[in-house]
Write a protein that binds this ligand. Structure first.
Ligand code: PEP
Ligand code: MN
Length: 351
């Protein structure tokens, strides 16, 4: 149920609606809009009678919401959301690039990668300190020390840090030292982690699970929003298919499809979709052309020495080249500005 308040509804009228929702045993979620406030309701086991709320003063209408997710839905929040990460806005026309190594390996490596990210034009730094690895014998990340190195790289370059929390234990350290909590593809349905990230007070980058439908992905985001954290960015990173020419298959269609269903920003990670360097650029450009609100790209100062995902890491020079191409695609897509003044006497104009 979505309760839409009248444009001139008073604060007291809004409070009364919130109190009524609580009285019925459900949770109200006020959603401020440009013109009016709406109130989403969660916790109701089934459909509610709209009249329960339409009788209250200041209420314009109460609309039953058909989607199983509410807070992430465009039905409840028609305007695209802007999510700020360390002061960098993402979404609703704000485009941002997150770049950095797969894993934080050493001070020199992460500082070199951070400098390359900044000089290439990225606005945010990535780097895994707690790594989800398929093999328990593979490099698992430097843990807290990795987060401290990321914080040092942020202090030098000014780039806010996005890094993965693998579990409740690593979440605590990530919240303390980073600017954005990444929830990885393998953790997309770790519901206790999602809930805790919802209470953490930091923005969350939620990757799509390896075989998640859009509804499952949005329900995962709903967990975070239902805990009161509206700052969620979705990240399409490729899904598992029969294709064996790439690590995963980038679902480009997911970008406009999600944008139709949800107000949350959606970015594309071409690196984990590609798995191999030469596919990263084309997939990144495809994501931008499909309307992504940003990109997450793995880079490494010396990819051949990387402890994880070296084959898909771009060199600093390759990253800078890709960023230039991204700019060209964005310019080509930008709505063409109408000439502000039509010169008098121009052909076809009455003089
Ligand atoms: C990552 O970005 O570091 C990562 C492990 O990605 P994913 O969760 O998409 O596999
Ligand atoms: Mn990686």
């Amino acid at each position: 149920m979505l309760i839409v308040m009248q444009a001139g509804a008073t604060q007291a009228e809004i409070e009364r609606v919130l109190a009524r929702v609580r009285e019925l045993g459900f949770t109200p979620h006020p959603i401020p809009g440009r013109h009016r406030v709406a109130v989403g309701i969660t916790g109701n086991p089934g459909p509610l009678d709209p009249h329960l709320f339409e009788v209250l003063p200041g209420v314009k209408e109460a609309i039953p919401v058909s989607r199983p997710y509410k807070l992430v839905s465009r039905e409840t929040h028609p305007e695209s959301s802007v999510v700020e990460v360390g002061g960098v806005p993402i979404g609703a026309g704000h485009f941002a690039v997150i770049a950095g190594p797969c894993s934080v390996e050493s001070r020199e490596q992460v500082l070199a990668a951070a400098r390359a990210a900044r000089s290439g034009g990225a606005q945010l730094l990535r780097g895994g300190a707690f790594k989800p690895r398929t093999s328990p014998y593979a490099f698992q990340g430097l843990g807290r020390q990795g987060l401290e190195l990321l914080a040092e790289a942020r202090a030098e370059t000014g780039l806010p840090v996005v890094t993965e929390a693998l579990d409740l234990h690593s979440l605590e350290a990530v919240v303390e030292l980073a600017d954005c909590i990444q929830i990885g593809a393998r953790s997309m349905q770790n519901f206790s982690l999602l809930r805790e990230a919802g209470r953490a007070g930091k923005p969350v980058l939620l990757k799509r699970g390896l075989a998640a439908t859009l509804e499952e992905w949005l329900m995962a985001a709903e967990y975070i929003l239902s805990e009161g954290n509206r700052r969620v960015i979705l990240c399409e990173r490729g899904v598992r298919t029969f294709a064996d020419h790439a690590r995963n298959t980038l679902d480009v269609a997911a970008v406009p499809a999600i944008q139709r269903l949800s107000h949350l920003p959606v970015i594309v990670d071409p690196s984990h979709a590609a798995g191999i360097r030469h596919l990263v650029g084309p997939l990144a450009l495809a994501g931008v052309a499909a309307g992504a609100d940003g990109l997450m790209i793995e880079i490494h100062p010396e990819p051949e020495r990387a402890l994880s995902d070296g084959p898909q890491a771009l060199t600093p020079a390759e990253f800078a080249g890709l960023m230039a191409a991204v700019q060209r695609v964005r310019q080509a897509l930008a709505p063409r500005a109408e000439p502000a003044v039509v010169p008098s006497g121009a052909p076809g104009q009455p003089s």
